[in-house]
Design a binder for this molecule. Structure first.
Ligand code: NI
Ligand code: MN
Length: 223
């Protein structure tokens, strides 16, 4: 599996089966990204929740690539109504795709979408566990800390928000890393905006198992 971080919560993953997934493709308006949404090539778009800094460029990318949008059932219905290929998964549900399985987990967070000046209520926020048969990755999405994270792991990689204000901050994300029993911990959802400014090196330096890593934007991690 190849994993790369593209600013905020945007993660690109190439699975063992050579499928490309992009999680939370907030690219336009993201000051920390290296991607061009017009030239992206992906097979699947996975959304943790509907907030605009997560749905991001989903419609544009799906239009160009005909990628399937995988999200909670309310977000999936919203995009299906617009003619996109979608697959809805509810909290606690799992489905086997051609690249492996995805399981949607609990997250403590909202899921409204500001669409053409209206606030649409699109289900609940989730985390996502991807298992390509060899590697298990937990993308926590946006969430506060909850003790049932101990039911999600063990995982090879945990992608955890550390930005604080809207999600967990550093101290709670350190607890989360232990609860999910992750081999490798990567911080996300920080320093995109002034309200979520954080030092990711403080986070990895304080991890008791010394198992954190701060990738550069676009850097590919091979597992
Ligand atoms: Ni959010
Ligand atoms: Mn967010």
């Amino acid at each position: 599996m190849k994993i790369s971080w593209h600013g905020h919560s945007c993660i690109r993953i190439e699975t063992l089966s050579n499928h490309t997934l992009i999680f939370d493709p907030f690219i336009s308006g993201n000051p920390t990204t290296d991607l061009d949404p017009k030239s992206l090539s992906v097979d699947y778009i996975v959304l943790t929740h509907a907030h605009n800094d997560h749905i991001g460029d989903t419609a544009l990318i799906a239009k160009n690539t005909r990628a399937t949008i995988i999200a909670n059932p309310e977000i999936a219905d919203f995009f299906e109504d617009q003619g996109f290929k979608t697959h809805g998964i509810g909290t606690g549900g799992q489905f086997r795709f051609d690249f492996g399985t995805l399981k949607f987990t609990h997250a403590i967070h909202g899921s409204t979408y500001n669409y053409q000046g209206q606030q649409l209520a699109l289900g609940v926020a989730c985390g996502v566990v991807l298992d390509d048969g060899v590697t298990k990755v937990y993308h926590a999405g946006d969430t506060g800390l909850f003790s049932d994270m101990s039911l999600i792991g063990p995982v090879n990689v945990a992608l955890l928000p550390i930005g604080d204000n809207y999600t967990m901050g550093i101290a709670d994300a350190i607890t989360a890393a232990q609860l999910v029993n992750a081999e490798l911990v990567i911080p996300i959802h920080y320093s995109t905006f002034p309200l979520i400014q954080q030092n990711p090196y403080e986070f990895i330096n304080r991890l008791p198992n010394n198992n954190g890593y701060v990738p550069q934007v676009g850097e590919v991690i091979e597992l």
